[in-house]
Write a protein that binds this ligand. Structure first.
Ligand SMILES: Cc1cc2nc3c(=O)[nH]c(=O)nc-3n(C[C@H](O)[C@H](O)[C@H](O)COP(=O)(O)O)c2cc1C
Length: 165
């Protein structure tokens, strides 16, 4: 009988779709670690400092102190391809924000809490949470905002075809 609350809790924190792979493999896991540890090193968070990691993760849930928090939903009838369209839509929101001097941080961190969030934002049963997004003005000299993520070279993920061959 005691396991019932735990089960309910697990149901409450289900993602509506897999944002991350079920199983992390190289090279993606390596890049994820490089980014994650790069950020934590900058913030002075060492391996095993779970409380500090948790506190940093929790910053998501106050939208990093941004004045506006956005939640994005999609009609559940749409197919997986529509998430491609939706990604472009999100990027357009982000680019439009930059054009107006604003900054954004898209946030998949909210996805585990979809079942809790959706009723709060008045979403219907037919809607699925895609992600959240912070919108506001970044503090450029805040330590966390000095972190620059590395980029793969174009050649590393492009297969160039020689039309003469
Ligand atoms: C779809 C999507 C979801 C993201 N979710 C989060 C998130 O939940 N929390 C967070 O701090 N950053 C999140 N990020 C932002 C990345 O961490 C951000 O891209 C990174 O801070 C560095 O930016 P850049 O690599 O795009 O330059 C997300 C980015 C995207 C595109």
């Amino acid at each position: 009988m005691r396991s019932a609350p735990t089960l309910n809790l697990a149901n409450d924190y289900q993602e509506a779709y897999d944002y991350y792979p079920e199983k992390w493999v190289s090279p993606y896991i390596d890049r994820r670690r490089e980014n994650g540890w790069g950020l934590y090193n900058l913030l002075g968070i060492a391996k095993g400092e779970k409380d500090k990691m948790h506190a940093q993760q929790q910053r998501n849930f106050c939208f990093f102190d941004a004045p506006v928090g956005l939640m994005f939903t999609i009609d559940k009838v749409m197919g997986r391809g529509s998430l491609i369209d939706y990604g472009m839509f999100l990027q357009n929101v982000m680019v439009a924000a930059r054009a107006r001097g604003l900054h954004t941080c898209p946030q998949a961190a909210w996805n585990s809490f979809a079942n809790i969030i959706l009723p709060h934002i008045g979403a219907g049963e037919d809607e699925m949470l895609v992600c959240g997004m912070s919108l506001g003005w970044a503090v450029p000299d805040a330590l966390i905002n000095t972190f620059v993520t590395p980029r793969e070279s174009v050649d590393s993920f492009t297969h160039w075809c020689d039309s003469a061959a």
